[in-house]
Ligand binder design. Structure first.
Ligand code: HEM
Length: 133
């Protein structure tokens, strides 16, 4: 039976670093690099998968290094649609709105942490002002 159809909770190992760890690409495992896929596609960082073409590092690519959309035969079929929706919404937000934190706040809100997931807290407020149509 495929793992994702398992009727009982799937045991899941979580790892924590007690000491700093340096990955094969030279980066510290604890360091978040929001441009990591950009770096792979522009060859400014070593390619751990040695793909024949770096264009394979797309937002929708399901690899063992990036499993937000699952992996293998049952990788999310909606990911192409979802990726375009996300980009459309984000680009309209950036182009058509000014965004800021409510008065007095200068730091982002703490994430909500649920198991191995960390996500923005949807109960918190951001301020948006439409600047163009
Ligand atoms: C950011 C948005 C989304 C994320 C992060 C996401 C993530 C996932 C993940 C992790 C799986 C499990 C894959 C696996 O078992 O290996 C999955 C499966 C699936 N997703 Fe998505 N998904 C998203 C959006 C969508 C959308 C928009 C649709 C449909 C329009 C969709 C339809 C499906 C279907 C039908 C499956 C089951 C595929 C199968 O079992 O063969 N998903 N998704």
């Amino acid at each position: 039976m495929p793992l994702h159809h398992a009727p009982t909770p799937v045991p899941c190992a979580q790892r924590r670093w007690a000491n700093p760890v340096t990955l094969a690409n030279g980066r510290a495992a604890q360091e978040f690099n929001a441009r990591r896929f950009h770096d792979l596609r522009t060859s400014s960082t070593p390619d751990p998968l040695k793909y024949s073409t770096r264009e394979q590092y797309q937002f929708v690519t399901a690899t063992k290094e990036f499993m937000a959309f699952g992996y293998g035969r049952h990788a999310c079929p909606g990911r192409f649609f979802a990726a375009n929706e996300i980009k459309l919404i984000l680009s309209r937000l950036l182009l058509e709105y000014d965004l800021r934190m409510p008065d007095g706040l200068t730091e982002r809100y703490p994430n909500m942490v649920m198991g191995i997931d960390a996500l923005p807290d949807p109960t918190k407020e951001l301020m948006l002002k439409r600047v163009s149509t």
